[in-house]
Design a protein around this ligand. Structure first.
Ligand code: 2AM
Ligand code: CA
Length: 266
């Protein structure tokens, strides 16, 4: 790895440590699938266990830093200068079903600006890292977004709507608009990995509504540093942590934005 800020070293160490128990827990899922109780409770405790290891590791170095996490919420709220943003298992539904498409996602912010981020899929042993100004890496190799220019040839990824979504019809009609023009769209179930896959050129673009900031904070810097473009749409001023994201290789950005915004569905 060519990135070596103290924060990125700390995050990658914390990820490696947490991944040991996460891999063990993932191995247990198969047995639990067939038990009458099912893996539901086990997964939420795996989530909490992973989060605790990550928080302990990061706090050992910086007890005063702010933390925003999916399970615990906000720690050290008054520190707005230095903050970790943690999603211990992004792709929980995949994890729950024994599908190895999930990741730990951690970003580091200074004065509200994301300085570095790591997304780690421990089963595939794929670690995506980026530092502001120093590029993005997958394990030890520099990554870049795809060079595709024609959206009709693109491979896109999206997600949602969530079960509780109040705007399912809107999300479906956006999907119809896009899919009438772009034949290949996937739904992989981990926002963090969807962003990482655009960053390394596997996908050409990604969009999704109703995400939480911790789903995508690390993905934002990994994609930007890989030459991609990230944009948010219809931001609700009352819910700054809720995001509708559009993230692409930058070449197809405007075309994808137009398709999503198109109102007239025949
Ligand atoms: P999670 O796995 O940490 O819940 C799936 O489309 C993506 O949306 C995942 O990154 C998932 O994160 C995120 N997401 C957030 N809240 C969700 C919810 N209530 N239901 C499904 N996915 C959710
Ligand atoms: Ca998540």
């Amino acid at each position: 790895m060519r990135l070596n800020s103290p924060q990125i070293n700390l995050i990658t160490r914390a990820c490696m440590k947490a991944s040991r128990s996460l891999i063990r827990d993932f191995g247990e899922i198969e047995n639990l699938q067939v038990s009458t109780k099912g893996p539901g409770d086990f997964v939420s405790s795996a989530d909490k266990r992973t989060e605790k290891i990550l928080i302990d590791e990061l706090q050992k170095a910086h007890p005063d830093y702010g933390i925003l996490t999916e399970e615990t919420g906000i720690i050290n709220k008054s520190n707005t200068k230095n903050r970790w943003i943690i999603d211990p298992i992004d792709g929980t539904m995949n994890f729950l079903n024994g599908i190895p498409q999930f990741a730990i996602s951690i970003a580091y912010e200074e004065n509200g600006e994301i300085k570095c981020g790591v997304i780690f899929n421990p089963i595939m042993n794929e670690m995506y890292c980026a530092e502001k100004g120093n590029g993005s890496y997958l394990n030890n190799s520099r990554i870049r977004v795809s060079n595709k220019k024609n959206i009709n040839d693109a491979l896109l990824v999206t997600g949602g709507p969530k079960g509780a979504s109040q705007i399912k019809d809107k999300i479906f009609s956006e999907y119809i608009n896009v899919s009438k023009n772009v034949p290949n769209i996937r739904k992989f179930g981990s926002a963090a990995l969807d962003m990482a896959y655009v960053a390394c050129g596997r996908f050409d673009g990604y969009w999704q509504r109703e995400l939480n900031y911790w789903d995508i904070a690390a993905g934002i810097i990994i994609l930007k540093e890989a030459g991609g473009f990230v944009d948010f749409f219809e931001q609700d001023a009352d819910s700054p942590l809720k995001k509708n994201i559009l993230a692409t290789n930058s070449n197809i950005h405007e075309e994808l934005k137009e398709l999503i915004n198109k109102k007239d569905i025949e």
